[in-house]
Ligand binder design. Sequence first.
Ligand SMILES: *Cc1c(COP(=O)(O)O)cnc(C)c1O
Length: 600
Amino acid sequence: MYYLRDFVTKERVNPTNMVFTGETTPWEVVMDLDEVKSKINLDYFRQSPPNILKYLPLLPIKKQTEFITLRESATPLIKSRKLGRSLGIDLMLKVEGKNPTGSFKDRGTAVEISVAKEMGAKAIILASTGNMAASCACYSAAAGIPCFILVPEGVPPGKLSQVLAFGGHIVQVKGTYNDAADLAYKIAAEMGFYLAGDYAYRLEGAKTAAFEIIDQMLFQVPDYLVVPIGCGTNIGGYYKGFMDYYRLGLIDRLPRIIGVQAKGACAVINSFDEKRNDITPLPSINTLASAIAVANPIDGLKALEAINSTNGYAISVTDNEILAAQHRLAKEEGIFAESSAAATIAGVEKLVAAGKIDAHKKVMCILTGDGLKDPQVVLKAAIKPPTIYPQIADFTNLYSNGFFDGKSMVFVEKSDTLFDKEPSKTDITRELQNLFSATYGEEYIDKIHQSLAKIVQKGKHITISDFQDSIQGVLESPKNNVADVFSVVDFNVSTSKDKRALANVRVNIAGQEYTADSIGTGPVDALIKALTHACRDTLEFKLTEYKVEIRGQGTDANVYVEMKLQQDTKNSIGSGTSPDIVQASIEAFAAAYNAFNHNS
Ligand SMILES: *Cc1c(COP(=O)(O)O)cnc(C)c1O
């Protein structure tokens, strides 16, 4: 019914283990389409609704009744409401993030894991840091086969929480992603595990998306199909799927296929631009679109074939273009796609602007993953929401001061220096308008000014992200007609090797000064103990939460501290931001203390 061959030499291969890729070239599955034709009734096939089971005869699955499916496929195809009109094209969006684990990977995984099960694999192994890992752990769980995932050391655990939920075994490897991938290959060969990943069988599953689009469009073919490229397997799958339908006589032409990569990881685009038919691996990559951050695309040649043989294009887009497109897509269409997926929108915008896509053309963007996969990316660009007291005046104040008219996201390099000395109030007003389209009243500008002056006093340049933090800090210290009762007049903290930290503080509470000192296991611990001591006559509280976040990069990055205090049944939260963790803790403490008073 099918055989495997080398994609480059076209020579048949006969694997003796469960590794379905060559050492340097990819392999491919060759289906016997005549046999397929003899098995299916084309008229019936044409009329039955899209569904993964309908496509089984076109897949390398021997025992169809044992296919491991979680009903991947049949994802929404949505006509754009606004973006298409503003671009002057007929834009359609294929929401592949609606697959079981939130990305299109599930289509390929269903086929890979089913093949592994057919072959009696005792385990699945793969190297991945993201969506592939989540998808394989999920289908392995469904198939009842253990799944081992090798990741380079240092991958944020949050990214792998889906894998852990499915009971996948994560092993961290000291080395790069490529080291992990090489090791997975060797383990599979040595131990007889099934090597999952961007190999021959996966592409067969990926191609079902092409079938589905044609079915959903009632056998009309879009003019352009736009796909993000990581390893190139997905775009290769689309090409193969359209070719299968073409050979079966179900369509009479193919869409022109457009591949999009991030500027910081664009090996395929380089080859296309230089009209080369090979892929040069990149020495390093740099993009926040993590699902397409690939230095050496295994299926790069298949991607080039898809683009070149359909007279398509390949284009790269910057991270800020991707983030802006992701936001526009969510805001104007109601679709929250992963940044790697939104790259397609950024690519189309660029091609339309360059006159490479004509007006009124039917353009289909493949939104490969769900935005919830990587919420961190969005938070980086977003302005943190303000905090208010539960009083209507606090809300109407923000509303009438134009707070909600400003931007909620900005797409600029946040680590760029904005001011290298203390800015004037005019500078602040101007940059607020420039960066955030925001105009705030005198009172807010004063407070922002004070907060920026403090950063300069610490000997630090003010970056865009510092600026944003200061604005947020000010918005979070709500306007309130009750004056602050608590302030820290001075403090001193010392630590040294092998000795406990020592802190002393002088505070002012309702006009009266108190001092206290204390030792602690570290500077912040000592400080909080001293503060607690200094406040003992005025406020009896418990510190119930202490959270620290580093905002920015480098040792001079801002530290954001949030504290929650509890007094009887009342809670109070305060936050502070400073390059100095002790200073940030003091601000947070003062804000939380004062909030008790404001609320009572
Ligand atoms: C894997 C992935 C891609 C890249 O697909 P390839 O087949 O590697 O080219 C793009 N977007 C998302 C969301 C992905 O998970």
